[in-house]
Design a binder for this molecule. Sequence first.
Ligand code: SF4
Length: 894
Amino acid sequence: MSAEVRTTCPYCGVGCGVLAKVAADGEVSVRGDADHPANFGRLCSKGSALAETLGLEERLLHPEIGGRRAGWDEALDLVASTFTSTIAEHGPDSVAFYVSGQLLTEDYYVANKLMKGFIGSANIDTNSRLCMASSVAGHRRAFGSDTVPGTYEDLELADLVVLVGSNLAWCHPVLYQRIAAAKEKRPGMKIVLVDPRRTMTADIADLHLAIAPDGDVALFSGLLAFLAERDVLDRAYIEAHTTGFEAALAAASALGMAEIARRTGLDEETLLRFFTLFAETPKTVTVYSQGVNQSASGTDKVNAIINSHLATGRIGEPGAGPFSVTGQPNAMGGREVGGLANMLAAHMEIENPLHRDRVRRFWNAPAVAEKPGLKAVDMLRAVADGRIKALWIMATNPVDSMPDADAVEAAIKACPFVVISDVSAEGDTIRHAHVKLPAAAWGEKDGTVTNSERRISRQRPFLPMPGEARPDWWIIAEVGRRMGFAEAFSHASPAEIFAEHAALSGFENGGERDFDIGAHAGVDASAYEELEPFQWPAVALPPSPRERGEGNVSNVRFFANGGFYTPDRKARFVAVRPAGETAAAADYPMILNTGRVRDHWHTMTRTGQSPRLSQHLAEPFVEIHPADAARCGIGDADIVRVSSARGEVLVRALLTARQRQGSVFAPMHWTDRFSSRGRIDALVAPLTDAVSGQPALKHAAVRIEKFAARAFGFAVMRQRPVWIDADYWALARCRHGWRVELAFAGEKTDWAAFAQKLFGANEEAELLAYHDSDAGQHRIAAFDGDRLAGALFAAPGPVAVSRGWAADQLGETHAGQRSRFRIVAGRAGADRPDAGAMVCSCFSVGANQIAAAVAAGCASVEDVGNATRAGTNCGSCRAEIRAIVNAGRVQAAE
Ligand code: SF4
């Protein structure tokens, strides 16, 4: 057995420390690192299941050219020569890199250096553009730098935490748990949730503001005006450390309460409750994420929030500040190296000739980019119209994750030269690559990531790289060398790259730039190996207080005493106004909000491999308010067609009063690999924020209608089906195989033949079938010896069979007729009660089991945990358990 390796979770921006161990038989186990300051030993459901996602089944193991296996030399030579010849013929802006917050900082650094210093274009952008570009833009407008002022500890120290557009319980679960634990210790601590949906995060909220989509600028403008009216401003801070307050206040005050109420969809009493709470609580942190950023007015929203904090001087103090939390594990690292098309490197600016010259000298670069490059949406437009002729996509899946996803796919398909370096051989984007390059995956990669509180941690390898997989930094550096830049890309290890990155951050810095980790410029291989998680800044030679602006940096927080990174070292208030309103289109009267679910990550290339994670929500769905559903004739569990002017998807209806009327919510994870038509971003128009270029992924005009299904089905099978002839299907792994949800528009006559093909069962398989054609009920099971090869349940309405029970049958032996008939009957025996929908992934505890525990007297989440173990490991399901406990209470009271 190997020693435990200290590494970092590859999912969200919390950046939890993970201890990974490989047993003698190769089995990997993970647990939270109790010494890591982001999580102190906690892991959420995704982090806990990391070991289940390391299989090689879908790995890209060898370079490929045009679909055939190739050697590394041939593939790298082709990439380098094609990029070189394209640049020679069409100029440096005819090529582009589309990279990812999944890359490690060292990978990112080399990619950015090659494009911005040696190719001479800034056409490198990242999928982090879809995640937090508006926060970057808002920070830069207000602070003069992309600085997150606070730390996670502030969320525990605050007396009021305002969560805006942030479903922390599902998207940043360990941070949510830290806040929940702090509130449990100090019940006086208040939580306000600002979100159109009553998400699971509302579980710990004292106040939920079910705000109208994009009502945030009006809300925080109203707050600023209220703070001024009640004279709870920090006049001394405003005077000493800011400019532009009067203009910002004038813009905010112009709205008036009635207009704010109209734009936010909130009544004045609720607004005043929130404003008063904020005004009366000096220790306030406002946390915001994608609900703020993914909007055509995202940057203004960010500045509206920051304005309220600057006006009260609540910034950089323990327990006070605006706090952007990033979606991806290394979104922050990407920002540090200049992975965004409008940044240079080490938080330097492309537009600034001094910065360009500094970077040129440091890199000894022949061609530093002189203007910002194309941001993600514009980059893909340039691919579509032929301006970009060679595109290299690294570790991301834009065919699923970009807005107007169908058009993005068409653009990539038509691009003359597409290189994709990735871990997975299967995916909706990689199928269009001319050259595929196998990259190292989590567990094999070696480098650093930066989390949302500016903490840099090591990702360390504990597995060998399989096949011919190579680290991303190595692949990029090899191409750089072959393009003629041997000296600049001579790095032999990630330690060397990190040292160079650290040196650049400190180069001619002297307190002028916030990002400075110059203390690590001299790091060698062994110091890099031992590197402990640390927060930046980490300056080599601390600048004098005068140089850095008096007291601008405490050990871990920025701006308590001003010292912003603007020319006069003062923060800028930004006068923001709510965006103009567009009337709802008659054809598409509803607003689609897209987002994440608890147990899946991005486009499921990793989490889709985990049976445990795939059980929580096993198919794409749309949340609809019951009143909207009734108006559209949609029932719970119906299949729904959601369409926009861009495209359409088929998803399952989930009726819930947690959803705001007039809006619907759908997750962004499902791809063509896991569903017939579940790529939700195909519906979203490529509208972007004018300042940040971030697309409005949470705001698409759509229509919903019931899909006229004549039959529904559910099946489990041991093999992944290679053929699914259904109008709607959604595939997910389960413990012993696969499960699939089905719906059909037409009449199906030969169910047995369909089932056999679906199961991939051999001809000797024994079929057991039940048909009631009048009732439209069909159940077919195929047995391979005494093992179940597959079972199909079909009905004229949504199939009521227990999914968990049916999936478990794949792992059992069925020697006797009784057990075989039980499968065809579609019912668990009396000794096998149906666990219900999965709630606790760690211990496989379903909703019915929790409800039964509540009915038996469990009155709290802890009671349920004691009785069933649910919620006692990672805790990600505690919000859902609490919802069931509360529902039980209401029922008891009735
Ligand atoms: Fe990973 Fe979960 Fe921690 Fe995010 S909260 S870093 S997904 S373990």
